[in-house]
Ligand binder design. Sequence first.
Ligand code: NAG
Ligand code: NAG
Ligand code: NAG
Ligand code: NAG
Ligand code: NAG
Ligand code: NAG
Ligand code: NAG
Length: 416
Amino acid sequence: MGFLSQLSIMPLLFVAMVFCQHEDYDFEDEYDPEPDEQPSLFHINPSVDYEVSHFSGPLRCAKECFCLTAFPLSMYCDHRKLKMIPAIPIHIQQLYLQYNNIEAVSSQSFANVTILREINLSHNKINSYMIDYGVFAKLGNLVQLHLQHNELEEFPFPLPNSLEQLLLGFNKISRLPANALQGLVNVTMLDLCNNNLDDSDFKGKQLSNMKNLMQINLCNNRLQNMPPDLPSSLMYLSLENNSISYIPENYFNKLPNITALRLSNNNLQEVPYKVFNLSNLVELNLGHNKLKQTFYIPRSLQHLYIEDNDIEIVNITLMCPFIDPVNTNQLTYIRMDQNKLTAPISTYAFFCFPHIRIIYYGEQKGTVSQSTQLRTPVFQRFLTPDEYEEARNEHEVEYEHEEDVVEREEDYIYLH
Ligand SMILES: *[C@@H]1O[C@H](CO)[C@@H](O)[C@H](O)[C@H]1NC(C)=O
Ligand SMILES: *[C@@H]1O[C@H](CO)[C@@H](O)[C@H](O)[C@H]1NC(C)=O
Ligand SMILES: *[C@@H]1O[C@H](CO)[C@@H](O)[C@H](O)[C@H]1NC(C)=O
Ligand SMILES: *[C@@H]1O[C@H](CO)[C@@H](O)[C@H](O)[C@H]1NC(C)=O
Ligand SMILES: *[C@@H]1O[C@H](CO)[C@@H](O)[C@H](O)[C@H]1NC(C)=O
Ligand SMILES: *[C@@H]1O[C@H](CO)[C@@H](O)[C@H](O)[C@H]1NC(C)=O
Ligand SMILES: *[C@@H]1O[C@H](CO)[C@@H](O)[C@H](O)[C@H]1NC(C)=O
């Protein structure tokens, strides 16, 4: 449930992000599991003698680690330069081993601890061939496994079907065994960013069997195509920094719940006109591609990033072919700096997108000379729904002569 409640605050994060105007934030930060069962929030203070915290001798806590009376099911062994996994008392459910020098995961370490629910082995030196076969699969209660920032070359296989969050970012994974994902029906979040995966790793892998998958992160890999066969539960798809040049027209037909789509830093030159017509899409990031044209904007979309593309004209009629006054477009933010725009956006934009707050133009690239410097880098507009209605009505009558309209036009981006 922690994950779901975090999703519900996504719009807030988006807003914060819009105003920061930087985009490469970390999914891990956003989706860090909430410490709803046991706190993992406190910091280890090296000046404190945690030996005192050992409340009932070594059987209750490994000597290299510390345990707290208040959280008897957790064992904290992070940041200790450990080379081996310490002995794990059988009652432990949360095991924190991040930031050590652990190279191997032996089945002996986990022999008697089948009630483990969470293992954090991130930031260690684990190689795929140093993980005993089936060591994790035996942990039938494991829901979270953190293995990011290690030296894995292969997807760890097999894994227990109980898993819900699997973090494998920042490894060197280039192999996904044929049945690696089979049975992982409870996984909601799979992070594989920053690995060496290519299209062949996903052929015939039946990602669609992961029926609860809400988020998949595949950024910074070597994909040239959109991953096939994603499950229809998916809400959050991250594909930044790959080499994708093409999106099939009906690619999202089976993904109605997509809420955020990140495809920045790919090789897209064009996209099918209606490909993003998804009724739940809120964030769309297509920055740093080679797009020449805009496309249909779905009603739900709030944030659009199309900076650093080759767009010469923002054709609002294409983005918004008709206005539905009852179900207005939700777009509030467009970032479109580093394109090849030479003309101001049509005023029609503000009727199509009545909630628009910021159109970020920044600088345009290409043959633009000094004299065509943009007058205002950021266009901002704040209209209440009532003001919008008023403006709309005025537009129908005598829009051209309205004083505030003239003022607003001052804020436009003119090229001379
Ligand atoms: C696991 O339990 C068995 C039987 O109780 C015991 O012999 C063995 O030493 C234990 N292994 C570990 C690693 O604690
Ligand atoms: C696991 O370790 C990572 C560091 O890689 C840390 O950011 C995260 O909070 C830890 N997770 C838990 C649940 O302790
Ligand atoms: C998947 O999650 C459901 C609901 O939490 C649980 O009942 C079921 O046992 C889990 N499946 C596995 C294979 O652990
Ligand atoms: C899409 O989301 C809705 C609402 O959260 C949910 O009820 C539905 O099951 C989801 N669809 C799929 C295919 O998972
Ligand atoms: C994408 O790759 C570039 C260069 O390799 C890197 O600077 C940037 O941080 C990456 N972006 C993301 C979101 O990982
Ligand atoms: C977008 O999809 C909706 C259904 O979800 C449909 O009613 C609408 O006509 C589509 N818009 C376009 C421009 O195809
Ligand atoms: C915008 O697109 C529409 C529909 O394709 C087209 O009729 C119109 O000429 C375009 N406008 C500009 C300024 O290119």
